[in-house]
Write a protein that binds this ligand. Sequence first.
Ligand code: GLU
Length: 293
Amino acid sequence: MNRPKYRGRLAPSPTGLLHLGHARTFWVAQERARANGGTLILRNEDIDSTRFKLEFVPQMIEDLRWFGFEWQEGPDCPDQSGFGPYNQSERRPFYAAALEKLRERGFVYPCTCSRKDIRDAASAPNAGDDEEPIYPGTCRNKNLSTLNPVKGRGPHGALRPQLSTRFSWRFRVPDSETVSFVDGNLGAQQFVAGKDFGDFVVWRGDDVPAYQLACVVDDAAMQITEVVRGADLLMSTARQILLYRALGLTPPAFYHCALMLDEKGRRLAKRHDALSLRTLRERGETPELLRRF
Ligand code: GLU
């Protein structure tokens, strides 16, 4: 049987310096690609121009190289093999096309709710620590025509009705359906749509494609066979599985890594400057030592 060759990816967002937690997850990704004789790609997730800083991109690449990462496709690679571009900021037309497909197939609806509206909705329970509140469904059954849209191309080529109100596109989750998958590291996983997570944004009100959509479009386009990432994204994986299905795409395998915690038991974040690769390097730590740690 002709099995597809293993293709893995590192997908950092240049919103801050990489820390030891990223390095650990990425190392697992690299080891798995190596063990499977596969290809590792680097994808620069710079889609959110409100959060990323341009100077973080070269720093990110330098830190990754210093730590010992070697990728075969992506930024800083001589051989571009046709699956790119690998900067999400250059891939907008692909996300716009996927949104269009979802729209045509009736999987998404426009939503005018602000974050505050959602928080204020009395019935919006919290799904968990880091998770967004479950969307109360305010705009779910509003007919688009009541917003009186004029269909047209937005400034960046996404087909969106031109309205004076800002709105996002939300994915309608199949209420009560259990989304299950077998994680390569953590075993069987189950999340119930509408209970563990609600209708989620695929295109933001400020005209930026949301992570969930960009990630699915890219992992499919780059023919990723296994996604290795942090366990904080388990529920995002469930959301993404629904997106794969809605777009008629086959999901890759998933392998979620336990998160690294600081001395107070909090998970590492980009604010943990002391454990950023850059700071560790400046302190004289060597990659060999850190890799063992
Ligand atoms: N850019 C995302 C992050 O840094 C990638 C997550 C993923 O691996 O899908 O959290």
